[in-house]
Design a protein around this ligand. Structure first.
Ligand code: 0RA
Length: 643
């Protein structure tokens, strides 16, 4: 053994615990599935589904069924080849299936029958699911027989594999039914919406694969079927459905090499935002990476060359910038490769350098071809980019004006901001409060040391429908930008924010929720990293109050009221619905909403950037019937407010 490090305590062989089989997974679940919170819980489903998708990618599986069962378990059925049931060459007396389920990283890659490129979440393998389940029931249809194998208590096998009948109609395939272990996970209830969203994306990314979802849990019964013959082209159509597309066609191209491949689908819309969504082996790369870099570089170069060739951009005119060109671009980039390197803060950035050149080369060639073949659309793209370029110059002037104005007003802070005294931004909070009277009571209710108040008058501008130059002329928005103090849009620098928490405080009614949505849209579009890094919160003023004896009790919403009534069946007093923030006096507001020791804040996170984008467009865009439908079906569960 190597020399003892100075200062370390005595350490011998008897102190080393040998971790065998699946135990390491149970000791450090976070290492394998990221966390033991809701994200980790859902990783269990993704892992099993990814294995089935691998079968589909290898050309052996056409349909996957995911069912949330009544008893809290999850069942995944595929019609692939079925996990092999013969004896494993390296483990005499054990079936290959048992090894796949009990040995880390055994997966589908053993025995030379592996796949060229494989999803498998981060390749952890289905045995991890077994390790973190109280019960896992494996059924395999293969060689004409139906096989069953049972595991309990974190992957302990319950006897040998049994043939329990014939495989129906000679089918092949695998069925995994597992119950997540409540001693591992913070909660074990699956969220249907999370599952559905992911399955839909999987179906888009795997052209022609049918994925069915069913929720059989009492009171939540639901079914969905996803199957897209157009693959990612259908995904682009779907994302642009809530917008007005610039032209009908969706462009697609792909390049397949020995160990890596890329597939791109794109269409421009008449809006002002760029929505490029990229994936590597079916995993969303929200932080971008080499594939996106290659794509952006090539698009800028191809469109400029094309514009010059057609003389739409004159010799003396400057090149269009990438931002100008990508305005209104909706695009899916899906790459597959043998050894993906995931980097970045959330391991959602693709690091493989070879992908940059593959995507760049593919885009240079294929996008150029597409433009040659589609001159009308090509002209529309260039015309839109030129408009964007003019607006950008106007916006630059507006930004310069905002900056100059701010630097003239003393510290550059807006007049109506009631700032806090602390200069340690880690403890500072900015409350954005709807209405002047509410702003008044918030001012009295705050802790002046670390809580600042910015009253907002009426409804702010809908940024979904305006270009940056117009947005920056709006006085309410100027005040927001100045108070937060970190710039805006491409200039936004999250390291400069003046408050750690930006808290939206609006009434619990329809108007309040509209204002909240407008503000969230603004932050999502113009200060995206503020949202991504979890600085945005929603305060929850109560909707009801009632008297218990002499004491006033506040109840946040209808659910809280129902819970209160269940706990106090004899309660006779009225619930005097609170009309709004303006009607609460300052100590009420402090106690229920602002005091950090008593309040409950909702933190806003964006789980799927593509979805948040879609929701912004629907809620704030022009398509009124679609918006009405969305609000009616998602009234209490605004999808991108994943809490
Ligand atoms: C190992 C080898 C083969 C397939 C699989 C595993 C497999 C795993 C899962 C998990 C869920 N569904 C699955 N389907 C297949 C290759 C089988 C062969 O070569 O016949």
């Amino acid at each position: 053994m190597a020399e003892k490090t100075k200062g370390s305590s005595s350490y011998g062989a008897s102190d080393i615990t040998v971790l065998e089989g699946l135990d390491p997974v149970r000791v450090r679940p976070g290492m394998y599935i990221g966390s033991t919170g809701p994200a980790g819980l859902h990783h269990l489903i993704w892992e099993v589904v990814d294995n089935a998708v691998d079968e589909a990618m290898a050309g052996h599986c056409t349909r996957i069924d995911v069912t949330l069962m009544k008893d809290g378990s999850c069942r995944v059925v595929d019609d692939g080849r079925g996990i092999p049931v013969d004896e494993h060459p390296q483990y005499p007396g054990k079936t290959a299936a048992e090894i796949v389920l009990t040995v880390l990283h055994a997966g589908g890659k053993f025995g030379g029958g592996g796949y060229k490129v494989s999803g498998g979440l981060h390749g952890v393998g289905i045995s991890v699911v077994n390790a973190l389940s109280t019960v896992l029931h494996l059924e395999i249809d293969r060689n004409g027989d139906h096989h069953e194998l049972m595991f309990k208590d974190g992957g302990r096998v319950q006897g040998p594999m049994k043939v329990t009948g014939k495989a129906p109609r000679d089918r092949t395939g695998t069925t995994v039914t597992f119950t997540p272990d409540p001693s591992i996970f913070e909660e074990t209830e699956f969220r249907a919406q999370t599952v559905v969203e992911r399955l839909q994306i999987m179906a888009f990314l795997n052209k022609g694969l049918e994925i069915r979802f069913e929720d059989q849990r009492a009171g939540r019964e639901a079914k969905e079927v996803f199957k897209y013959s157009g693959g990612i082209a259908d995904y682009v159509r779907h994302l642009n459905a809530s917008k007005e597309s610039l032209f009908r066609k969706v462009g697609v191209y792909e390049v397949i090499e020995e160990t890596q491949e890329v597939e791109v689908a794109f269409q421009w819309n008449t809006g002002y935002h760029e929505s490029i969504h990229s994936f590597a082996n079916g995993i969303s790369t929200i932080e971008g990476g080499m594939h996106e870099v290659g794509f952006r570089t090539a698009v800028t170069s191809v469109i400029n060359k094309y514009a010059r060739k057609r003389n739409l951009l004159k010799e003396k005119e400057e090149n269009l910038t990438g931002d100008d060109i990508r305005e209104g671009l909706t695009c899916i980039i899906s790459v597959r490769l043998t050894e993906p390197q995931f980097e970045g803060q959330t391991k959602a950035k693709l690091g493989n350098v070879s992908m940059r050149s593959l995507v760049e080369k593919a885009t240079n060639e294929k996008l150029t071809e597409w433009l040659e073949e589609n001159p009308k659309e090509g002209g529309q793209i260039v015309a839109k980019s030129i408009q964007a370029s003019r607006a950008r110059m106007a916006a630059q002037q507006a930004k310069a004006l905002t900056r100059r104005k701010n630097s003239l007003d003393g510290a550059g802070l807006p007049g109506k901001l009631v700032d806090c005294s602390s200069r340690d931004r880690r403890e500072c909070e900015l409350f954005i409060v709807e209405g002047n009277s509410a702003g008044g009571s918030a001012k009295d209710a705050r802790d002046p040391r670390n809580q600042a108040i910015l009253p907002i008058r009426g409804k702010i501008l809908n940024v979904e429908k305006a270009r940056t130059d117009k947005i920056l002329k709006n006085t309410e928005i100027q005040a927001l930008i100045a108070a937060i103090g970190a710039g805006v849009e491409s200039d936004f620098d999250v390291s400069k924010i003046r408050y750690d928490k930006v808290i939206l405080l609006a009434d619990a009614d329809v108007d309040g929720s509209h204002i909240r949505t407008l503000l969230l849209t603004f932050f999502f579009r113009q200060m995206k990293s503020l949202v991504d890094e979890g600085h945005i919160y929603v305060a929850q003023p109560p909707l009801y109050s009632t008297l218990v004896g002499k004491e006033k009790v506040y109840l946040r919403d209808d659910a809280a009221k129902a819970a209160f009534l269940a706990a106090h069946p004899d309660h006779k007093n009225d619930f005097a619905r609170l009309k709004g923030l303006g009607e609460m006096d300052f100590d009420e507001l402090k106690e229920t909403t602002m005091d950090p020791t008593k309040r409950a804040l909702l933190q806003i996170t964006v789980e799927q950037a593509a979805l948040a984008d879609e929701v912004c467009s629907i809620l704030m865009g022009d398509d009124v019937p679609q918006r009405r439908h969305f609000i009616q079906t998602n009234a209490k569960d605004v999808r991108f407010l994943d809490i």
